[in-house]
Every structure is written in C-alpha cells, then in structure tokens.
Design a protein around this ligand. Structure first.
Ligand code: F6R
Length: 620
C-alpha cells in the first residue's frame, strides 16, 4: 500500500529511484512520482497519475537531465485520501518549493491540522492527508523552535502527527540528507558502500545491497551517503535491527515469465519445501522463533485464527487439521471483524495471525486486541521483521521468498503448511498424537511439493479450458470439507484477477438457495473429495453434480485419478494426484490459480496488478 524510497549517494539518483519504484509497484499503482535534489539548492519534481510507465514517459518528455542529482525520493501510490490524479500524486512539495515528502499510510489527525494550516494562510494544492506534513515542516523550518535545522524541524513535525505512516522528507537546502520515520507501516534502511537507501521493502534496493536495518515502531532514521542514525521520535538513540537479506535480485525478477504471479505459481513446490525445512529435528517438530515454551503450548485450550482474504482461507483450511490433530476448538475469523465484537479470549487462548506481508492493518489490530486480552499470539508471516511478527509473542516464517504478484499464490500454500506445523507442534505438546504419528503426518506433508510439481506439469489442458470459459459472466465453485475453503479461494482468485462474478459455496448449501443461480451453460468448478479418503462426502458430491447438471450447469471437476464416478459424470475433468484428505488443498488449489490467471490473461488484464488492489493493505 504505497511504495516509498529514498536514496543518498554519489550516483545519479533518478535511475535508482525509478528502478526501486518499478520493483515496488506491486504496493500501489494509481500514480507515481520522484523528487531529486541537484545539490546546488534545486529541487525537481515529476509525478503522474496511472502506472509508472506514465511517469517514465513524462520524464522522457521533460528530459532526464532536468532531474539531475544524487539525493532523491520516490513514491508509487495506492490512493486513500483523494482521487488518483496528477494533483494528488506524491511527492508533495512545500509552498516555497524547497521541501518534498512521500508518504505511506494515513495521517489520522490531518483534518484539524489542515484547518490550522489554512487558518494560518496556507493554500493546499491536493486533497491528500500527506500535504499537511510538508506544510507543517515548512513552517517549523522557517519560524519554529528549530528554524533552519531540517532534521530537528522534521522531528518536531513528526511529533504532531497521528495515525499509521511512513514519511520520507528531503530539503533542497540539505542535499545529502534524508529524514524518514515509521509508525506502524514498514520502513527499512539499505546500507550500501558510500550510499544509503530507505524504502518500504528491501526489493527496492536488493540490486545494490543485501545489508539492511529494520526500523521499529515510532522510529526515525536520518541517512547520509555513509551514515544512518536511528532514534525514537524524541531523538533518543534506538538503533534498529540489522539483518542480511538471504535472497537476491533474481528472486525479485520475473525470470522469463510474463508475470510475477505465473513465476510464483511455478515456485510453489520450492516455497513449500523451504517453509517445512528444518522443522523436524530429532523426531520432534520445532518452530523456529517460537518464543513459546512447550508448557505455553500445553496451556492452550482454544485457538483463534485471524487473517484477511487469501490468508483467511488458509486459516479455514488449517482449522480442519488443527482440530483433528489436537482436539482443541479452533475458530477462524476475518481480522476485520474480530476486534469489533467481543471475542472470548484469555491467557490460555492461542491466536494465530496469518499474514504474508505482516503489515495488514486489520490483522495487526486483531493482534493488538488479542494481546490486550492477554492471549498468546503466534504470527505466520513471509516478511522478515514486519510489524505483525514484531508485535506477536512468537513467529513462524513461511520462507516462500518474495511474492510480488498482488494475488497471493505461493504464500497461500506456504501459510497452510506453516499452520499445519503449528497444529503438529500443539499435538506434540498436548500429547493428542503419539510422536510417531506426528512424524508420519510431517512426512506426508513432505511429499506434497512433489505432488504440486506433478500438478504444475499438467496445466496445459487447464489453460485451454480457462481460455474457453474466458467470456463467462459468472463462475461458481463448490467444495466440501477442506474443499470448501479451496472453493472460496478459487472464487476469490477469479474475481480479483479476471473481474468475473465468482462465488464459492459449501456444496451442501446449494439447495438452501444458491442452486437458484444455476442456468444453462453456467460453469461450475467442483473440488471433489477423495473417493477413498472421504467416501461419504464423495457420494454426496456426486449427487450435487447431478443436481446442477440437471439444471444446465457445465461442470469442471477437480478429482483424484481413481475417481471413476467423477470421470464418468464431469463435463470437464482436471486430475490431481491422490493425497491424504487434509493435504488435498495444497494440490487442488493449484489448478484454480492457473485457471484464474489464464482467464484474466485471455481478457487482457495484468495479473500482477489487478485493478483497485494493492499487495499490502495498511489501512482498515
Ligand atoms: C488475495 C490476496 C489478499 C491477501 C490479504 C491479506 O489474492 O492476496 O486477499 O491475502 O490482503 O494479506 P496479508 O497476507 O499480507 O495479510
């Protein structure tokens, strides 16, 4: 949700900043802009509504030489306050044209601040909350307590702001210095050789350095070409958390695929392997940054999973396994609903917060609510040092590598695997499974990457099928048991990528209403339970298929190879390898991802950047 970057060094900043924006465009793509200091007191700004390519064209028209200098900031926007127009694009500049700011998040007290500034005669040139910050700083620098001191004036400004934000300031009088601050939304420093970066995400500078420092909540960093200093908002040194990025530029690039999403779908076997790797040691499940003792796990008497979107679907799937293995009650709740009711939580409740980005505002607030209620919180996250794991009691990282396509794919499978590890760790601590059973479940999980690889190698017929249904107006998805959340996920992928009305249902619910939607030729995708593992559910699903076929539906059935009944009645069959029932979602999801991506491509859409969406949602 908005990508921001700052660079100070010896090289021309423009190319470095624009390349960084290109890598962070997944965070928002409503508009983009840059501000470059020429080092002689000049500040040049270019910004443009729409995708980064529009800014590229504008820079080509004005001439890159107008943006010379080796200090620069940049922004790619996902609009919150104000339409995605040129006028609302960042950077925002002070009235004297000497100060520029880029911002991610929301300044919640912007209304009273705007009134205060307007009463003082300040004229606003955008509808954004961000502009208040640049005017406040301009006034502080001109006539405040720290007049003429850019850094101290920035601290004074930051102390007046409320909300969740990352801000990056630069001033024409102070080339070679950038001030940036973090409150809830992410900010990392990239430590180069004679150059420094600040950015929302390490992908911005991975090409230049793999040494980074994570800022914590309410921290400020001042960077120059060869130094960085991190403090709290009052200027007391804090230091940040240094880390080394263990993946490289190739992982953040498309590697021959047309879209990141297609690459990420193909990377799923590896993502699963990395997520599981090292978690079985000497016959026991170990969760790396567990920070919860076996006794803590033994004390758990209820599990809550909180998450949003695709991560919520991972939680729905995990519920089946965790309840089965531990006999603990598991509730799965949309994070956006969780804290607005009065969930029953206590010291013995384990709240599992699932978030790929670790930034999602709804999930973060759910974590805070759970902690206020004294529950233990374990985060499942793909982003090192993000806010949700920082605020949780424990974290289990899904080592899926960077996920850049906006729609979550490999992180979804990794989240399911990680949640299963949590279930096995609980079963082990509680003694609800014998240790050899825990090991057997883990070993079965270890077979899944190969099964996913098999599915991936058989996707051409699915792509053909998807192309033939690309002009559908509605597609329905049906599942039962663990296949039900898979159906929900299949529908979410199709609607977000292809902008087609898609809905997932528990097949048993059909006759309670949704069957009224069935009409001639309506495509219905069915996730078939295993004919051996779930014979009863399987036979009920066969009846459901007959019911909808009788009303004209065209059925596309995902089924195991020995499912003769499915093969006999399906209008179209998508085979998947047989797996233990609880693990089936890890393979049955894959054709649905491929189906959605192919329909979207056939309709001419950019699957990496679906309309109106952003990769991380840092506002509620
Ligand atoms: C859909 C998708 C979203 C995210 C949701 C939560 O493809 O990616 O529904 O799953 O916004 O995001 P994280 O996992 O970052 O909390």
């Amino acid at each position: 949700m908005c990508g921001i970057v700052g660079y100070v060094g010896a090289r021309p900043a423009l190319g470095i900043v624009v390349d960084a924006l290109r890598r962070m465009e997944y965070r928002g793509y409503d508009s983009a802009g840059v501000a470059i200091l020429d080092g002689d007191g000049g500040l040049a700004v270019e910004k443009k509504a729409g995708r980064l390519e529009n800014l590229d064209k504008q820079i080509a028209e004005v001439g890159a030489e107008t943006l010379r200098g080796s200090t620069g900031i940049g922004h790619t926007r996902w609009a919150t306050h104000g339409q995605p127009t040129d006028r609302n694009a960042h950077p925002h500049v002070s009235a004297d044209g000497r100060l520029a700011v880029v911002h991610n998040g929301i300044i919640e007290n912007y209304s009273p601040l705007r009134v205060e500034l307007e009463n003082a005669g300040v004229e606003f040139s955008s509808d954004t909350d961000t502009e208040t910050a640049v005017h406040l700083l301009e006034r502080e620098y001109a006539s405040g307590e720290h007049a003429g001191d850019f850094v101290a004036s920035a601290y004074a400004t930051l102390r007046r702001l409320e909300g969740a934000f990352t801000l990056v300031f630069t001033h024409a009088d102070h080339p070679g210095t950038i001030v940036a601050a973090r409150r809830s939304t992410p900010l990392v420093v990239g430590v180069g050789d004679g150059e420094m970066f600040v950015a929302s995400d390490v992908t911005a500078f991975i090409e230049h350095t793999r040494d980074a420092v994570e800022l914590g909540q309410d921290e400020v960093v001042v960077i120059t070409a060869d130094s960085y200093s991190i403090t709290d908002f009052d200027g007391a040194a804090t230091g940040g958390t240094p880390f080394h990025i263990d993946w490289d530029l190739a992982a953040a690039e498309k590697g021959g695929y047309d879209y990141f999403m297609l690459k990420e779908i193909a990377e799923q076997p590896e993502a699963l392997e990395s997520t599981m790797s090292g978690h079985l040691q000497d016959g026991r499940i170990v969760l790396d940054e567990q920070r919860l003792s076996d006794q803590d796990l033994r004390d758990v008497d209820k599990v809550f999973v909180v998450a949003c979107g695709t991560a919520y679907h991972a939680g729905l799937i995990a519920k089946y396994a965790i309840e089965h293995w531990t006999r603990l009650p598991v509730e799965v709740e949309l994070a956006s609903e969780f804290r607005y009711r009065d969930p029953v939580l206590g010291r013995s409740t384990l709240v599992v917060a699932i978030s790929q980005s670790g930034e999602t505002a709804d999930t973060l607030e759910a974590v805070r609510h759970a902690k206020d209620q004294k529950a233990r919180v374990l985060a499942i996250c793909n982003t090192n040092g993000a806010q949700i794991p920082r605020e949780s009691d424990a974290v289990l990282y899904t080592h899926a590598g960077p996920e850049i396509g906006v729609a979550s794919t490999k992180c979804f499978l990794a989240q399911i695997a990680a949640a299963y590890l949590v279930g096995l760790a609980l079963a082990q601590a509680l003694g609800t499974k014998y240790q050899d059973e825990v090991v057997r479940e883990f070993t079965e999980l270890e077979q899944i990457p190969a099964a996913v690889q098999t599915v991936l190698e058989q996707m051409e017929p699915v792509r053909e099928l998807a192309r033939s249904f690309a002009s559908s107006d509605t597609v329905l998805f049906l599942g039962r048991h663990v296949g039900y959340p898979v159906a929900l996920e299949g529908a979410l992928k199709l609607k977000e990528l292809a902008y087609i009305h898609a809905e997932g249902f528990a097949a048993g619910e059909l006759k309670h209403g949704p069957i009224a939607l069935i009409e001639d030729g309506l495509p219905v995708i069915i996730v078939m339970p295993s004919p051996t593992g779930r014979a009863l559910l399987h036979s009920k699903m066969v009846s459901n298929i007959r019911e909808i076929q009788a009303r004209g539906a065209t059925t596309i059935v995902i089924a195991e190879p020995d499912d003769e009944a499915a093969a006999a009645i399906a209008d179209h069959l998508i085979p998947i390898p047989a797996t233990p029932t609880l693990l089936q979602p890890l393979v049955s999801t894959v054709p649905l991802q491929v189906f959605a991506a192919t329909v979207a491509q056939s309709r001419g859409y950019d699957v990496d950047k679906p309309r109106n969406l952003a990769k991380s949602v840092t506002v509620e």
